[in-house]
Design a protein around this ligand. Sequence first.
Ligand SMILES: *Cc1c(COP(=O)(O)O)cnc(C)c1O
Length: 339
Amino acid sequence: MGADLKLCLSDVIAARGSIQTHVVRTPLLPAPCLSALLGVPLHMKMEIMQPVGAFKLRGAMNAALSAPEGTHTLACCSTGNHGRAVAYAARQLGLKAAVFMSSLVPQTKIEGIRRLSGEVQITGRSQDDAQIACDAYSESPGVHAISPFDDLHVIAGQGTIGVEMLEDLPDLETLLVPLSGGGLAAGVALAARTIKPGIRLIGVSMDRGAAMKASLDAGEPVEVSEVESLADSLGGGIGLQNRFSYSMCQDYLDDVVLVSEEEIYQAMQTLYFEENLVAEGGAVVGIAALMSRKIADLNGPVATIVSGRNVDMKQFTDVVSGRDVVLGDLLVKGQSYGA
Ligand SMILES: *Cc1c(COP(=O)(O)O)cnc(C)c1O
């Protein structure tokens, strides 16, 4: 890593070498049925095929492999998938894992971490509360904390997705990246922008509690209130002391688009019925943005990262069955697919 703490494509290539025996090189699949429906040639980067069900393994594994000598426990705060990835990485490397989560995290994600022998601590109602608890715990010797998004090793690991996508589809013109804390977008956008400067890079978040979008608009990291969303993996702040992911998203993303809960609901249904895939709300926001025609002037090939499959099964079956879903004070009215 450069002395000025700026990440380069070479760091992403190095990460790729480090993590390759632990992560899956996922395919970039054409989506013929969705493409026909949308009228654009769409490809999907299949991160739902990672062993922990989400791309987070790439960054977590790269950071775990870079942990200092004498580390016995990896710690993190998480909306679910990062915790699972850190627990998996810890087990692979013979370390312990401690995962701090807020009470908004779905039960399935907590169970997934416990099954990997990770220790879960529920603290408060927000990611920021979980972060504070994690920071305190990480003061102990031998504990190494891994941020879900604001860590250069994590960002480099997520960036390997961008390298693979452009290897498989050099003609790619528009890349839609699910966006929360921005580790995924920062890494992928750095890699893609360096390999193909003219590519269009768009982050996509849900329209309630999109911390990176609010921060980019404000010109500095700001707090947003966290609410329930079908895209639970995209919840949480970016940290008022954000060091890396905010400025990289500012530098490399062309735009950020927001989608509503209804649009996410429909995208989950559509991916399920058209391509027979189970994916989280947070993983289908790119498809939701395309379905709702929020991205103008699409010419060449488009791709999105289908970033995770760790759904709450009760909620997922409600969505694909067309039942109403209640998210805090918001009711997403049910609608059967194709009705
Ligand atoms: C974490 C996560 C994201 C967003 O990644 P960031 O690096 O926080 O922007 C998107 N999709 C899924 C499934 C995730 O788990």
